[in-house]
Design a protein around this ligand. Structure first.
Ligand code: DGL
Length: 275
């Protein structure tokens, strides 16, 4: 008489970014929570987010979440993108009142707690660095600190379109100008305020050593997601469904997507084909 009623605990978790940046967040979360099914959406069509203005960006992201909400009924949404979080989280929470969201914001707090020089560097997109949220973070946690924000759109571009084919030397060279600029400002704590930069974490750490420490929000985002999942329930048991890598836009897909799908063990699909 009745179909199978899927319980909330078996519903998927949605991850969203403009491209590959959030995959580092996905990997960390998935390793700790292997039974959860994840739908990772890369909004390749609207990449990059960081050069867009706030209102338009919030509308784009809301409309994507609307479609995915309708299709998959996720139990939780992780906005694995700083730019999308500072631009759209307020609107998302006001629009989808029953859906819990986890945002990604630069890890300014731990950087402020540990900095000796009291000089913090935040590296992000233009949209993130100019957003009042960053100034609010700074005045909340770092009143006695000088915070230098640098926008690095070329680095976002390098990661999204070049990192899978880049040599070790190219990767090292890509981070150097930013580390040098922070060094000139006496910064000893560098906050990676764009999820794409996680693909260059090692290079940042090496170039910044020994005096600079690198901070990111990967563990903080996973912990927050796990906290929100507790009352929602965890998948019963058995093998989870294969997680998906959904990509916006149309064919042909750049070859790197296949590479990412394989290396993160995700099933690659175009969003428009499954809606
Ligand atoms: N990954 C995104 C972030 O964390 C932004 C990249 C883009 O500009 O699309 O800010």
């Amino acid at each position: 008489c009745c179909g199978i009623i899927r319980s909330m605990s078996d519903s998927p978790i949605l991850f969203l970014d403009s491209g590959i940046g959030g995959l580092a967040y996905y990997r960390y979360f998935h390793a700790r929570n292997p039974a959860e099914t994840i739908i990772y959406l890369a909004d390749r069509l609207n990449f990059p987010y960081g050069t867009k203005e706030r209102t338009g960006l919030a509308a784009v992201i809301c409309s994507l979440v609307e479609k995915l909400h309708h299709k998959f009924r996720p139990k939780l949404v992780v906005i694995a993108c700083n730019t999308a979080s500072v631009s759209a989280l307020d609107t998302l929470r006001a629009t989808f009142r029953d859906l819990p969201f986890v945002g990604t914001v630069p890890a300014v707090k731990p950087a402020v707690q540990e900095s000796r020089t009291r000089r913090i560097g935040v590296l992000g997109t233009e949209r993130t660095i100019e957003d009042p949220y960053i100034a609010r973070l700074a005045s909340r946690y770092g009143q006695d600190c000088t915070i230098t924000g640098l926008a690095a759109p070329e680095l976002v571009e390098f990661v999204e379109h070049g990192i899978s084919g880049a040599t070790a030397l190219e990767r090292r060279r890509a981070v150097l100008p930013f580390i040098e600029q922070f060094r000139r400002c006496g910064v000893d704590a560098v906050v990676l305020g764009c999820t794409h930069f996680l693909f260059l974490r090692e290079e940042f750490a090496q170039a910044g050593a020994p005096e600079m420490r690198i901070y990111d929000s990967v563990a903080g985002v996973a912990r927050r997601a796990e906290l929100l999942l507790e009352p929602l329930g965890r998948p019963e048991s058995g093998t989870p469904q294969r997680s998906l890598l959904l990509v916006t836009g149309t064919m042909p897909l750049e070859g790197a997507w296949l590479h990412y799908a394989q290396s993160f063990d995700l099933e690659l699909r175009l969003l428009q084909d499954i809606l």
